[in-house]
Design a protein around this ligand. Structure first.
Ligand code: IMP
Ligand code: MG
Length: 182
């Protein structure tokens, strides 16, 4: 059986995703002319967005990944973040652009930004595909690039998971209530 029967409805379609990713990629291309761009993907949720957006950025750049775990339950993060996989190289000479799937409470990125700031990069900015501003509990995380502002609802697909599943769904969707109960 496929994933279809678990989906309540799509929230952002494949076409809308591709269109928006193109627009943001063009914006980043214009903004980072002459800079030393490092795209920093936050594993695992950002991988689909990362693979699409990097191909819409017409500049020489590097990519790297970090894996962080925020302590908390399935749908809430706590703000205490553990680095599971660090970057492969120093970022001192780089203009770092963090690529994230979704900005929720903002705790994860607030913490990550502070850790990275200590490594003295030239600049740090945030590019998030989705933003749930109603959920924000920190005031030091303001994404310079964002794909879609969405209401306070749990979403899956295009990299985002529920219990490590549905990351491979090619669009953003809401799950049926019964999926959370089973
Ligand atoms: P924050 O620290 O509360 O901003 O948490 C951000 C992280 O929580 C994201 O990187 C996601 O892994 C996860 N998250 C928050 N909202 C959702 C959602 O609606 N679907 C899937 N994951 C989510
Ligand atoms: Mg995540």
């Amino acid at each position: 059986m496929g994933m279809e029967q678990d989906i309540l409805r799509p929230l952002v379609t494949e076409e809308e995703l591709q269109q928006r990713v193109k627009e943001i990629g063009a914006q980043i291309t214009a903004d980072y002319q002459g800079k030393r761009l490092l795209l920093l993907g936050v594993l695992k949720g950002s991988i689909v967005f990362m693979s699409d957006i990097m191909r819409q950025i017409d500049l020489p750049c590097r990519i790297d990944f970090m894996s962080v775990s925020s302590y908390g339950d399935g749908t809430n993060s706590s703000g205490v973040v553990k680095i599971l996989k660090d970057l492969d190289m120093p970022i001192k000479e780089y203009d770092v652009l963090i690529i994230e799937d979704i900005l929720d409470s903002g705790r994860t990125l607030s913490y990550l930004k502070r850790i990275l700031q200590e490594r003295s990069p030239r600049s740090i900015r945030i590019c998030t595909l989705l933003d749930k501003p109603d959920r924000r509990v920190v005031d030091d995380v303001n994404p310079e690039y964002k794909g879609f502002v969405i209401p306070d609802e749990f979403v899956v697909g295009y990299g985002l998971d529920y219990g490590e599943t549905y990351r491979n769904l090619p669009y953003i969707a809401l799950l049926k209530e019964e999926v959370y109960r089973s």
